[in-house]
Design a protein around this ligand. Structure first.
Ligand code: PMP
Length: 391
């Protein structure tokens, strides 16, 4: 039989990262390619205890169908967490999703028609390009600078393209690790205020700030925006829970779209996560993750500075799980990838993260999922490959 797939499927490449991860599954390879949290941070024991309690005390409820919007106490937890950071979000404005990735899909579903203009950062989160890409928009991008998006270019792009959405990751961005300063956050809110472009703020890493000053999300200055969050980096990615907050009018459409997709997210998982977050020492758990990632990040940054040639640059993230390396002009990270694989070390070539006109001399490195020993060996091997490529 000849399957005739929808045209849109031809427009979205399979995730380049997934293809690369296949190559790097070999346990002999030191991989900085994936985007995995450190499994040592998973609260196995606590989750096991909580799961038993939930099943024993509320098993019939937990295993039944439930509401699309999500488990109310979990929505309240999200709302209270925002209140503590100075952002007013009512529990009714929170929709629980299967990871923030589903939130991105739902946003695409309710807003995008074919050929609609969508603005993203340059570079941007690859799986957002995939998610929105299925709705066949036209992507435009605005450069990222050290402390956030280039606001002048953003303003120009808003006038020139009149985009439906502007998608950004203001905290410890995937892939660059870059974070917006407070000034940039306010400027972004200022230029978007009064426009018809919906700001889609993706914030899965906000709680993982291990240095520097914490700032509120842009939504604190731009109420009409859509803000996504995730339990993946604070509890576990395998539980597949996240959320999306939006004004009532948008929430109504999101709920309809989620209903059509999957009726609701797993109530059992929501009850487990809620009980864990409300009854266990979550602040201590978050501190543990932050200090773990900080030492991994410090080690990787200092080794890169010592071992890589001087004309190679890297970002110095204040949180999250990634840093971004820029090779000298004209060097190709894809060629470096081939050479590094021979040395049994892997990363993600940066070209995958561009919506348009990729920059070929960039690469993404994950620091959260490698031991100190692997970081040390891996960076030294990578330095050798870079010098070899420079010859
Ligand atoms: N957005 C960004 C920027 C991410 O890096 C990720 C995780 N790779 C996600 C969304 C999706 O996370 P999840 O679905 O696990 O919440």
């Amino acid at each position: 039989m000849k399957y005739e797939f929808a045209a849109r499927m031809g427009k979205v490449p399979r995730s380049f990262i997934r293809e690369i991860l296949k190559v790097t599954e070999d346990p002999e390879i030191i991989s900085f390619a994936g985007g995995l949290p450190n499994p040592e941070s998973f609260p196995y024991h606590d989750i096991k205890e909580v799961a038993v309690q939930v099943l024993e005390e509320s098993g019939a409820q937990a295993l039944q169908y439930s509401t699309t919007e999500g488990y109310y106490p979990l929505r309240e937890w999200v709302s209270n967490r925002y209140q503590s950071k100075g952002v007013k979000v009512d529990p009714e404005e929170v929709l629980v999703t299967n990871g923030s990735q589903q939130g991105l899909d739902l946003v695409g579903k309710i807003f995008l028609n074919q050929e609609d203009p969508v603005l993203v950062e340059r570079p941007t989160y690859l799986a957002a390009l995939q998610s929105f890409g299925l709705y066949e928009p036209v992507f435009y991008s605005v450069p990222l600078e050290e402390d956030g998006v280039d606001v002048n270019r953003l303003e120009e792009a808003l006038h020139e393209f009149d985009p439906k959405l502007f998608y950004a990751v203001p905290n410890f961005q995937n892939p660059t690790g870059i974070s917006y300063s407070l000034k940039r956050r306010k400027e972004v809110a200022r230029v978007l205020t009064g426009s018809n472009t919906v700001f889609v703020e993706d914030n899965p890493y906000g709680e993982i700030r291990f240095m520097g000053e914490d700032y509120p999300p842009v939504k604190a200055f731009l109420e009409e925006s859509v803000l996504l969050g995730s339990f993946s980096k604070i509890v576990s990615p395998g539980i597949r829970l996240g959320w999306i907050t939006a004004p009532a009018e948008v929430m109504d459409k999101l709920v309809t779209a989620k209903q059509a997709s999957d009726l609701h997210s797993s109530l059992l998982s929501q009850m487990i996560v809620h009980r864990y977050l409300s009854e266990y020492p979550v602040e201590a758990h978050l501190e543990k993750i932050r200090s773990m990632y900080k030492s991994q990040r410090d080690l990787m940054v200092s080794l890169i500075q010592e071992e890589f040639p001087d004309d190679v640059q890297c970002t110095e993230p204040e949180g999250g799980m990634f840093l971004w390396v820029t090779l000298p002009e004209g060097m190709s990270s894809l060629e470096l990838f081939e050479m590094a694989l021979k040395e049994q070390v892997a990363f993600v070539p940066g070209q995958a993260f561009y919506a348009e006109e990729p920059q070929y001399n960039t690469l993404r490195m994950n620091f959260s999922n490698s031991s100190a020993e692997k970081i040390e060996t891996g960076i030294k091997r990578l330095a050798r490959s870079i010098r070899e490529l420079e010859k």
